[in-house]
Ligand binder design. Structure first.
Ligand SMILES: Cc1cc2nc3c(=O)[nH]c(=O)nc-3n(C[C@H](O)[C@H](O)[C@H](O)COP(=O)(O)OP(=O)(O)OC[C@H]3O[C@@H](n4cnc5c(N)ncnc54)[C@H](O)[C@@H]3O)c2cc1C
Length: 504
C-alpha cells in the first residue's frame, strides 16, 4: 500500500458520511467502509492507487444523482468522491475552461456567468454534478440552440489504471494528433465510471476562434421568456390527447434543423397519470431572439390548434436566465410531496410519435387500476445544433433525434416498490411493443438515454427484446468503446453494471 497515502477519508462517524455515501434515490443504500475525498489530481491518483492496492470493490461518484444503484449498493467497499474537485478556471494555455467533475450544475452556470458571461448546454438539476453529466452525455434546454454538452469537451484529465496495477493521470484531448485521443472520445458519452476517474474537464466550443476567454464558449442568455401552460385531463379525450402529442412531436420533427426560426425555443410537454388531474407544458426562448414573443406565441397557438382544445396559462414572464437556471425547477403540480423513491426509463425519438406509441401512452396514463399522481413522461425538445455533428465524432451517436423522453414514477415506501415498478415497466413495454418492449433503432426511436440510467435491460426476465442492452445505450459507438476499454483499463478495475467492458 502507498506509504504517502494522505487523502481525506470520511467514515461512518463523520456527519458528512450520510450525504457522501447516499444516493438521490431513496431506494438505494450501501455501507462503504469510507468515502475518499481527493482535493487535487495527485490525491485522486493516490486514492485510486489505494483502492487498487487494497483490492476492494470501489465506485466513483461526483454527486450521487445516479438513478440506479451503480455506486450506492451493499457490494461497494469504498467510494471515491470527486465532489471536492469542483473548481472553475480559465486555462490560457489550452484556451479552455478547466472545470472539476464535482462542480454542481448551479455552480458551473454561476461561475461561468459571473466570470465571463459564457455558458454550456448542460442540464437543469442544480445539485447534479458535471462528472456523470459529461461522461453519460447530459443535455439541457440550451441544447437545440448550442448543441450537445459533450461537443464542448476539449480535453479531459483522467486517473487510469495500467496493466501492472499502477494508477497514473493522463490528459487526453480531441486534437487529431493526440495519441490519447481515444480516451477523450470515450468521455464524450461512453459512460461514467468505466475508463478511469475523471479529475478535470476542459470546455471549449468546437472551432472557437479569438483570444479572449469569452470567445471560447457561447455567450450566456441574459433573459428568457418562459411560459407554463396547463392541459387538463377533463378536456383530454383520447382523440385530443393523441392530437396534442402528435402535434408536439411533429412540430419538433419539422423544426429540428438549425435553420428553423425556432431553434432557440425549448419546450417540454409533461403528461402525468390522469390521477394528477392536469399536466404542464413548460417552454422558454432566449429573449434576445428576434421576435421572441411572437415565436413563442406561434408555438403555443400551434399546439392548441393541433390538439383542438386550449390550455390554462399559469405563467408568462421575462426572467433573468441565470436566476432561472440555478433555481430548483420542481416537477410541476402536486402529488410529489414526500416521495423519495423513484424509477426512470427513457427513449430517443427520431420522428413524430407513431400512432401505436400514442395509443399506449394514453392507455397507461389513464389506467384506472393505477392511482399515483407522482408520474411524468417528459417529452423534451431536442435536435437543432445537436444534430449538426456526425454520429462518429463523439461517443454520443444519437444525432438525428428530435425529442428525448423520460418516464418517471416516484413513491414513498418500500412496500409500494413492486406495484410502482410493475406499472412503469408494463407501460414502457406497451409503448415499445412493436420493437420488443424497448425503443428500437433506425425507425421512430434510437435506443435509450444512458444518463436516464435504467438497469432493467440487464435482466433477461425484463428484457426480451432482440437488441442487446449495450446497443440500446451505446449504439454505433459500442465497438470502439470496447476497444478503448480494453486498452485503457485492461484489468477492468473501473466498472459497474452498465459499464462497457472489453468483452461484454
Ligand atoms: C434532479 C435531477 C435533474 C437532472 N436533470 C438532468 C438534465 O437536465 N439533463 C440531463 O442530461 N440529465 C439530468 N439528470 C441526470 C443526471 O445528469 C445523471 O444522473 C448524471 O449521471 C449525474 O451525474 P453525477 O456525477 O452528478 O452523479 P453520480 O451519481 O455521482 O455519478 C453518475 C455516474 O457517473 C460516474 N461518475 C461520476 N463522477 C465521475 C468521475 N469524476 N469520473 C468518472 N465517472 C464519474 C459514476 O460512476 C456514475 O456511473 C438529472 C438528475 C437529477 C437527479
Amino acid at each position: 500500500m502507498s506509504e504517502t497515502f494522505d487523502v481525506e477519508r470520511v467514515t461512518a462517524d463523520d456527519e458528512r458520511y450520510g450525504v457522501l455515501a447516499a444516493s438521490f434515490n431513496g431506494r438505494w443504500s450501501g455501507a462503504p467502509e469510507y468515502v475518499l475525498l481527493p482535493k487535487t489530481a495527485d490525491e485522486a491518483v493516490a486514492a485510486v492507487q489505494h483502492v487498487l492496492d487494497r483490492g476492494v470493490r470501489f465506485a466513483l461518484q461526483s454527486s450521487g444523482a445516479c438513478y440506479e444503484d451503480l455506486i450506492v449498493n451493499p457490494d461497494i467497499q469504498v467510494i471515491i468522491s470527486a465532489s471536492q474537485l469542483n473548481s472553475v478556471e480559465y486555462d490560457a494555455e489550452l484556451s479552455a475552461f478547466a472545470v472539476g467533475p464535482g462542480v454542481s450544475t448551479a455552480d458551473l452556470y454561476q461561475k461561468l456567468y459571473d466570470g465571463w458571461h459564457v455558458t454550456v448546454p448542460a442540464g437543469i438539476g442544480p445539485p447534479v454534478a458535471l462528472g456523470g453529466q459529461m461522461t453519460n452525455a447530459g443535455y439541457g434546454p440550451l441544447s437545440r440552440q448550442f448543441g450537445h454538452l459533450v461537443d464542448y469537451l476539449e480535453a479531459v484529465e483522467v486517473v487510469v489504471a495500467d496493466s501492472d496495477g499502477k494508477a497514473r493521470k493522463v490528459v487526453a484531448t480531441r486534437r487529431a494528433d493526440d495519441p490519447n485521443r481515444d480516451l477523450w472520445w470515450a468521455h464524450t458519452g461512453g459512460g461514467g465510471g468505466t475508463y478511469g476517474l475523471a479529475t478535470k474537464f476542459w470546455l471549449r466550443a468546437p472551432g472557437a476562434t479569438g483570444a479572449e476567454p469569452a470567445d471560447q464558449l457561447p455567450s450566456a442568455p441574459r433573459e428568457l421568456i418562459v411560459s407554463e401552460v396547463v392541459w387538463s385531463w377533463d378536456q383530454l379525450t383520447e382523440d385530443a390527447f393523441g392530437k396534442l402529442l402528435t402535434t408536439f412531436t411533429a412540430w419538433h420533427e419539422k423544426h429540428a434543423g438549425v435553420d428553423s426560426p425556432y431553434v432557440n425555443l425549448f419546450s417540454a410537454l409533461k403528461p402525468r397519470h390522469i390521477s394528477a388531474g392536469e399536466f404542464l407544458m413548460s417552454s422558454q426562448i432566449d429573449a434576445a431572439t428576434p421576435d421572441a414573443d411572437r415565436l413563442l406565441d406561434e408555438f403555443l397557438a400551434a399546439m392548441a390548434e393541433g390538439a383542438g382544445i386550449t390550455y390554462r396559462v399559469d405563467a408568462r414572464k421575462r426572467v433573468e436566465w441565470i436566476s432561472h437556471v440555478t433555481a430548483w425547477a420542481d416537477l410541476g403540480g402536486d402529488g410529489w410531496e414526500g416521495k423519495g423513491r423513484f424509477k426512470a426509463k427513457s427513449a430517443y425519438l427520431r420522428t413524430a410519435l407513431p400512432a401505436d406509441q400514442v395509443a399506449a401512452l394514453y392507455r397507461n396514463l389513464t389506467d384506472p387500476a393505477f392511482d399515483n399522481p407522482a408520474t411524468l413522461v417528459e417529452i423534451a425538445g431536442y435536435g437543432g445544433h445537436v444534430n449538426t455533428v456526425e454520429a462518429a465524432e463523439t461517443a454520443s451517436p444519437q444525432r438525428d433525434s428530435i425529442i428525448k423522453m423520460l418516464y418517471i414514477v416516484m413513491w414513498a415506501t418500500p412496500e409500494e416498490d413492486a406495484a410502482q415498478l410493475a406499472w412503469l415497466r408494463r407501460f414502457y413495454a406497451d409503448v415499445y411493443a412493436a420493437t420488443g418492449g424497448v425503443p428500437g433503432r433506425g425507425g421512430a426511436n434510437d435506443g435509450a438515454v444512458l444518463n436516464y440510467t435504467d438497469t432493467d435491460p440487464l435482466d433477461p426476465a425484463l428484457h426480451t427484446a432482440p437488441i442487446p442492452w449495450q446497443e440500446l445505450y451505446f449504439g454505433a459507438a459500442l465497438p470502439r468503446l470496447r476497444e478503448i476499454k480494453a486498452t485503457w483499463d485492461p484489468r477492468g478495475h473501473f466498472t459497474h453494471a452498465l459499464a462497457v467492458r472489453g468483452d461484454n
